[in-house]
Design a protein. Sequence first.
Length: 419
Amino acid sequence: MSSSKKLKGITLPALRGVMGDWVYYTCLVGLDEIAKRVRFAEEIHSNRNLSEMIQRQLKKGRSDQIANYIKTQNDRFFNSLVVATYGGEPNWHALSDVRKKDGDGLTGLDEETISSIGFLTFRGDENLFALDGQHRLSGIKKLIKDGIDQDPYDEISVIFVAHKETRHGLERTRRLFTTLNKTARPVSKGDIIALDEDDVMAICVRRLIEQTPIFSGDRIAFVASNNMPTSNTKSLTTIGNLYDTLTIFFTSSKHKLKKSKAELQRTRPDDEGLDLYFEYAKTIFDQFRRNFTELDEFFRTEETHKVVSHYRGPHGGSALFRPIGLEIFSKIISTLTQSYTISEAVSLASRLPRNISGPPYNGLMWDDNTGTISNAHKVTLREILLYMLNTSKYSDPVLLERYRRETGSSTIELPNKVI
């Protein structure tokens, strides 16, 4: 983690509190000091792309609104920012101790200041980052940068918590980040993937990115949705789609770790359990690579641009290089695991056609005329592919009627079965 620029020391009136196993300090801090000293929550990740993903959750328009609110509203008010601190040497001075000390910059304090219960001192070389209130922080920074006629500056309540640069410390801080935001508003999918320390899929996504070469570097697009940017010619899929893929396998495939999505999102397993989920995630992509030649090409090469450009573009390409295609194949394989092992299920699925310019993709997932992807017919496409494997839940007449209706062709026929 990077260290911040050394600033002057500061003494803040504070209240000390304890909740659970957190000790926290509630202080009054001027807007100018907040803008100078407090940064955003990218500090809780070692991976640069995951850190930048947090930053992209901050919407510029929201910052402008908050800055304008502070500038124009006389009855303005904020709830507390929650700020993590690490490094430096922040010190708590209880009221009972203040009169006994001659040093630490506390001499000469007046009675009004001393009556504020206690004091938190910072040397100025601490690293401070917001866990709750990042949009408010971005608005404050914009306001101070643009200039505002305030003398003195508004003071707002800031709750400081200690952050430790250890594995356990990072987990505690990330969990606090998502807990605080979950209680305030729905947490975005991007925040969950990047930060959640209870969500099993999010943890495994981060491990695949940070601890394996499978999705290192440009192999994954750091986009929280399933919409792959058309300009991307290096990544297999998006981080949001990777999260959804693991969710499908962890919740739907026949496996000893199978649980409901709600359980996997809210209850963190012990370390041994997490390792089992991570091993299963790696097994899934190992089987993908063993059975799908285009994926083997992708994971084997250092020049992913060449492979991706061949299998994804306006010409069409492979269904597995489209988020919707990877989702559909994940559901097909999960369905097959009810009767087969994971390796057998992936092997069977590999017999299916994957060229989206041909049947059954064209007209359901792919429009040859416009060169665009559609998400509107996922169920029918999945069931036709399962029909080709003798596993569809629909009867042949029902499936054919859906196929003709959704493609707009009254003469189209179901594709040949592959087994």
